[in-house]
Design a protein around this ligand. Structure first.
Ligand SMILES: Cc1cc2nc3c(=O)[nH]c(=O)nc-3n(C[C@H](O)[C@H](O)[C@H](O)COP(=O)(O)O)c2cc1C
Length: 360
């Protein structure tokens, strides 16, 4: 069924403008009679955050922004799905066009600007899942015009905690002016203090993850990881899209403002992941994101310190069959490396990666 989905829907989507294609992909997913996937090999299981994840391959935030199809996405074989980003109040995001496909680079530039149905609608959709199961988290952000952005995260935590497995504090979207400033030590310290407070008083205690930008300097990263550890954050997602534009072939589209994702993000995001792993010293697990479009790329993230991976852009270029292909390859890597579990490979290449010249 998944192969059929890719063969029928994939070629059509690639002829359309990216935002129309995305809407169509969501509509197709809503209607596709996807069966429950076959259970994953137990060797792919990851224990973390108080859950057993059937496999470490997750869907990154931004694909199902409004929480419309989390269960269909789980049926594609993902081990977990992160819906959102969501903001407290509905907001339209930036004017179109705001999503660009750089085919020659296997990359995407987006400046959606956290377009959101708002927390009320998204919470109602997630509540309607009832006891559907599976690990579904939510990515939370602040409204563009908010006067107290920290209060926005608190509002999201209160409204959404009962309906999700984890919440991701997104301070790294490049398309909401000033949002990334929340990664500065003093601002992050205040934000995380209130976020953790809100989590403790939300009634249902959920895991809270922090998602950072791959554009941080190593000095910034020292601060961010230090603050995250002080507040006992449960994990970090490394990372969001980049504002960098290195080595792109599609030079015209590269001029579009926004965050770049996909293959050209792989090297930088993997380096920042390894640098984060060094600084976290095992205090919490990491989720590696950025440019994963193969089993080899996913395994490289694991060896760079990730306990889990997430992807988005790879789906656009490789189709939904990518999820199964990555899982199969991960099992092959375990077999060839004579490893019992993926956790045995986590961080294995960190010393080598952090000794390399900075990726350009
Ligand atoms: C169209 C689009 C929308 C996104 N929206 C969000 C978002 O709302 N919140 C967030 O934290 N990340 C968002 N992201 C970033 C992804 O979650 C991911 O971190 C990034 O794309 C790198 O992974 P990839 O190279 O596999 O796409 C978005 C990415 C894309 C392409």
């Amino acid at each position: 069924m998944i192969g059929l989905f890719d063969r029928l829907v994939g070629p059509l989507l690639r002829t359309l403008d990216p935002e129309t294609a995305h809407a169509l992909a969501l509509a197709a997913l809503k209607r596709a009679p996807l069966p429950q996937p076959r259970p994953d090999d137990e060797k792919l299981q990851v224990q973390a955050f108080g859950f057993t994840f059937p496999n470490p391959v997750g869907l990154a935030a931004g694909f199902d922004k409004h929480g419309e199809v989390p269960d269909q996405l789980l049926r594609l074989g993902f081990g977990f799905v992160e819906v959102g980003g969501v903001t407290p109040l509905p907001q339209p995001g930036n004017p179109r066009p705001r999503l660009f496909r750089l085919d020659a680079d296997q990359a995407i530039i987006n400046r959606l600007g956290l377009n959101s149905d708002g927390v009320e609608k998204v919470a109602a959709r997630l509540a309607a899942r009832g006891k559907a199961g599976g690990v579904v988290g939510i990515n939370i952000g602040a409204n563009k015009d908010s006067v107290d952005r920290t209060a926005d995260y608190v509002a999201c935590i209160k409204a959404l905690s009962p309906h999700v497995s984890f919440l991701t504090v997104n301070v790294s979207s490049p398309n909401t002016p000033g949002l990334r400033n929340l990664q500065q030590a003093a601002a992050l310290d205040e934000l995380l203090a209130r976020v953790i407070d809100a989590r403790e008083s939300a009634g249902v205690r959920r895991q809270v993850l922090l998602k950072i930008a791959p554009d941080l300097t190593l000095g910034d990263l020292d601060d961010v990881v230090g603050v995250a550890r002080r507040h006992r954050i449960d994990g970090m997602i490394v990372g969001n899209t980049t504002i960098g534009r290195a080595n792109l072939r599609e030079t015209e589209k590269a001029k579009e403002a926004g965050g770049l994702s996909g293959r050209p993000l792989f090297a930088l995001s993997t380096r920042i992941l390894a640098e984060t792993y060094v600084r976290a010293e095992g205090a919490f697990p990491l989720i590696g994101v950025g440019g994963i479009d193969s089993g080899a790329a996913a395994f490289a993230k694991i060896k760079a310190g990730a306990s889990f991976v997430q992807l988005y852009s790879g789906l656009v270029f490789r189709g939904v069959g990518l999820v199964g292909a990555i899982k199969k390859d991960l099992l092959d890597f375990l077999r060839v490396g004579r490893l019992d579990a993926l956790s045995d490979a986590v961080g294995r290449d960190v010393a080598a990666i952090t000794a390399e010249p900075w990726p350009t």
